[in-house]
Design a protein around this ligand. Structure first.
Ligand code: 4NP
Length: 155
């Protein structure tokens, strides 16, 4: 079993989208039972809440349903509970490096850069309009395809 954790700031826009999209792509690839997928935020403001209404709306337009997901805050223990922790932006990556214990086994990386050499951050859509949420979905769907290829190679 491989365990993947996506991390953003609030865990209501970008990382829950990545969690839901990866789950969907793994189901389509017949790998749903082989990978555990989760998401968390570096901040705690939205803990316990479902994804942002705009995230759910943009997802629904593409046939996804992320409404059962609930926000949680990332902790040092996540570095032992997961194999791969993927940050949505450079601030998230910096905050995660501060939290990373010396003994944690999880590999930490910047999500987009790992799968697309010319990209780095998934931009925060929180203060954007609908277009921002569409863009987040485009970036995440493309990068998740790379992640599924990596997972196939690792299992
Ligand atoms: P996320 O977006 O990190 O993609 O979930 C945000 C959600 C909430 C806030 C900022 C970004 N906030 O400031 O509450």
């Amino acid at each position: 079993m491989m365990r993947v954790l996506f991390v953003c700031l609030g865990n209501i826009c970008r990382s829950p989208t990545a969690e839901g999209v990866l789950r969907h792509q793994l189901r389509e690839a017949g790998l749903a039972g082989r990978v555990e997928v989760a998401s968390a935020g570096t901040g705690d403001w939205h803990v316990g809440r479902p994804p942002d209404a705009r995230t759910l709306k943009a997802a629904a337009r593409r046939g996804y349903d992320f409404s059962a997901q609930r926000a949680q805050q990332v902790s040092a223990a996540d570095f032992t509970a997961h194999d791969l922790i993927l940050a949505m932006d450079l601030n998230n990556l910096r905050d995660l490096k501060r939290l990373q214990p010396a003994t944690g086994r999880a590999e930490l990386d910047l999500f987009l850069r790992r799968y697309q050499a010319d990209k780095d951050e998934v931009p925060d859509p929180y203060y954007e309009g609908e277009q921002g949420f569409e863009h987040v979905l485009d970036l995440i769907e493309a990068a998740c395809a790379g992640l599924v290829r990596e997972i196939k190679g690792r299992l």
